[in-house]
Design a protein around this ligand. Sequence first.
Ligand code: DGJ
Length: 675
Amino acid sequence: MLEHWGAPGRDQPWTAPDRLHFATLLDLAPLEYAALGTRHTTTSELIVQRPAGHDGINLRLADDSVRVDRDGHSTHLQALLTDPAGDITVTLHVLTSTRHDVVERWAEVSHVDHGGHADPTDAVVLTRVFSAGWNVPVGPGARLHTLVGQWSREFQPVEVELTAGEFSIGSRQGITSHRYSPFVALQTPQARGASDDDAYSVALAWSGSWRMLVDAIPFHSHVRVSGGLDDETGDVKLQPGQRFETPHMLGIWSPHGLTGLSRAWHAYQREVLARDLGPQHRPIVYNSWYATEFNVRVDHQLALAERAARLGAEAFVVDDGWFTGRTSDRSGLGDWHVDDAKFPHGLEELIDGVLGLGMRFGLWVEPEAVNPDSDLYREHPDWVYHAGHRPFTTIRNQYILDFGRPDVERWAADMLTRLLTTYPISYLKWDMNRPVTDGGRPADPHGREWSIQHTRAYLRVMAMLRRDFPHVTVEACAGGGGRIDNAVLAVCDVVWPSDETGPRDRLAIQHGFLSAFTPSVMSSWVTDEPDHINVEPASLEFRFVVAMAGALGIGADLMQWDPARMQHAATLVELYQEIRSTIHRGTVFRHGSPTDDSYAIQYTTDGKVVLLVWARGQCPPSVRIYFADLQPSHRYRLRGSDVVLSGSEASERGVPVPFSIAPDCDVLVFDRIDR
Ligand code: DGJ
C-alpha cells in the first residue's frame, strides 16, 4: 500500500474507513498493484483468465518477500506477491535514483510450473497486464493535463476536470500514436498556478500500443493512474513456467507545479536517457525532403549540399526516395538498395561531395514498412501483417512487416548493418508512416502478443544501432510525432515531433512537446512550408527562432533562396551555434503561450540565459519579459549591448524586448558577468 507520495506532511496518510458499504477494504485501499480477484469493484492493473473459467487472483505479500538492493545512485525494491493457489506470482519493481526525480515501476508476472510437466491447456491468459497503479492525492475534482493531437497537430495540451469517472487514453496502432501522448500530469482543483503547487506526473516508457486509465472514484481523496500495454488489441498467454515483464512506468512529484514537472522530465531525459548532450549527436541538419520529395537526383542533391554547407549545416540527410524503385510512395519501400537511375555512379558520389564540404552524411529509412510493389514483398509476402481472410489494409500504399518475427527482425538488423558498414553514414532517420492494422498471428499461441513483440524488436534494433554504431546519430520519426515516448528516447538522439513545419503551428506543437520532453531531443527545421492552422504571416527570422528552440535543422529548398537570404540565414545559424548548448542543457521556462500576443521561452544555465521571443502582428510590439529562475544577486550583460542588470532587476522590473532581429521575434542572450 502506498503510504505517502509528495512533500512530507502535505497529504494525510490513508486510513481505513470505519464501516464499509458496497466495497471491500482492498477496493478502497491505495494498493501498489491490484489484480481482479483482489479488488472487485474498482480498477485493477492485472486480470488473469484461468483455464477453469473463473477470472482473477488474490494477491498477498508473502513474508520476507521484500528485497532492497542499493547500487551507487540507485535503490531497487522488489516485492513478491503470490496467489494462494501458488501458481501465479507477481514481482513488483520500484527503482529510484539520487540522480533524478523519477520513480520507475514495473511488474513481472510468473505462471509457476510446480509439476515440471507443462500442459498447454493449463495456460493462463493475462487479458490486462498493466505496469503499475499510482495513487495520486489530488481528488476529488482533480485537474488532469495531457497532450493530444493528430497527424501534423501533435502535442496540444488539454486540461480535464476529473470530478468522477474513468478517463482513458491510449493507442491501438502498434506505435505510440499522434493522438495521445503516454503522459498525464495531475493537480488538485485548488492548485494555485503553474509553478507553485504540488503536481504529479505519470508516463509510460513504451513505443507500441498502450493504455492509461485514470480512475476518479467519486468523493475519493486519491485518483488512480494505471497504465501499460493496450488491453484491447492484445493479451499475454503464459504457459506454466513462463513469465512476463511489463514495460516501465515512470512517476514524478514536484512541489513546483507543472513547470517543475516538465523540468524533472527534461532532467531525466537529458541526464539518464540521452547518451551525450553535446553537438556530436545534435548536428545542424540539412534535410532535402521538402526540397525534392521523391524526385531525388545526385546533381540536385549535390547542389543543395553545397548551399547547405554555406549556411553552416553540419549534416546533410537524404530523406525518402534514394532507393530502388522509389519514384512515389506507391513503390520501392523495402528495397533498400541505392537507385542506379538516381545515382549512376553510386551513392559514393553524393557522399564524397557531402564529406568534402565538411558535413556528415545521413540517410532516411523505414525498415518496418513495405510497398506491395517491391521486391521484398514479392519475395516475402508472408512477412506482413494480415488478418486471415480479411482484405489487406493499405495506408500510404504500404503494409507493415511483422517485426515480431525473428527472421524479420534479423533481416532489418542486417539491412541496416549493411548500409552503415558499406557507406560512411553517420546520421540515420528511422521513419514509420502508418499505424499497424490487422496485427496477429492466427496459428501462433502468442499471436495476440504481436504488438508487444513488434515494439520490443523495434527497440532492440534501435539499441543495436546505438551499441554497434555509436558514431551514428539516430533520429526517430513516425510520420512526424507518432512514436515519441520515454522508451524511444533511450535509444535515439533526437525525434521529429511533427510533419507540420509552418512556423506558428510548429511553435504551438513545440510548446506542448516541451511540457513532457526536453528541447535537446526536439528536431525542428526551417522550411518554406505554410502554416495550416494559424496562418498569420511570419518572417524568415521567426521560422529560424522557432527551429532554434530545440535541435535546429533546415529543410527549405535552398535553390530558391537568393544570396542575401543565404547570407542572412548563415548568420542565424551562427547565432544558434553560440546558444545551442544553453538551449540543450538549460532549465526551461515558458512565458505564456503561443496564442498570446507575445510568447517566450527562457533557457537558463549557470553562466548564460537565452530568451527566444515571438510576437504576433507586423510592427514591433512593446513586450517586457519578467525573467524566471535567476539568482537575484547574479549580474548579466545583454550580448551586443551595454545593458547590465542583476537577476532581481530582470525578474522584478522585467526586460523590454528590442525586436532587433525582426519585428515578430528576437533572441536575447545574457552572459553572467559576476564570476
Ligand atoms: C514522414 C516524415 O515525417 C517526413 O519528414 C518524411 O521523412 C516523409 N515521411 C518521407 O516519406
